[in-house]
Design a protein around this ligand. Sequence first.
Ligand code: ZN
Length: 241
Amino acid sequence: MCDTGLVGHTSRRRWLAGIAASGCLTVGAAADEVTARAPCGQQPSTADLSPREAVDFLHAGNARFVAGKTAAPNRDIARLRQVAPKQTPFAAFLGCADSRVPVEIVFDQGFGDLFVTRIAGNVAATENIASLEFATQILGARVLYVLGHTACGAVAAAARAEPVPGQISALFQHIRPAVRAARGDVAAAVRENVRLQAQTLVEGSTVIAALVAAGKVVVAGGVFDLETGGVEPVTLEPPAR
Ligand SMILES: [Zn+2]
């Protein structure tokens, strides 16, 4: 559900027109060239993006990052002052706490754009679900994005199942179903973990399930590659109704 190309011609034209009107992005004739550079550090308003358009918008930002053509939008003091009275992030994230996966940088966004919860192994623990309910129901985020990453230490540790100090093992109960489904292969378990955590977000929250059923929120998933910087979308199961 998070593949690119989901945006219809009409809405894509509207989106592209908005980008062009901003005067910041150099947009080519083809829609796929929307990843072009935005040198002035701003981006068009995300207020009118549909949930699926918002997913495409995120992936376009990641494509800019991979290409070394980041716009680094909305990162100055003026933007902070703009959003200080009120936040309206267009996307919310359940990402891993790993220091190499800073979500705003990965997707080339800035202040006020993303509501990000991060926890080792990007697990859908109760408090994370609560935060993401707030992001969607109250703040109006239209995307719930579960972001795993290659070589995730939490997933690898859950696969090893060796004794660990303190409360680290509390994470494992959330990750073991993915490890079992992947038969211990860490790379496959990372992808499966994205799928299962996304499923838990929907099935574990009547608030999120209702927003998804109403078409107000899209749940998407991906795996960030620590070597390339790219995010590979993960196909999610249709949410349970
Ligand atoms: Zn990780």
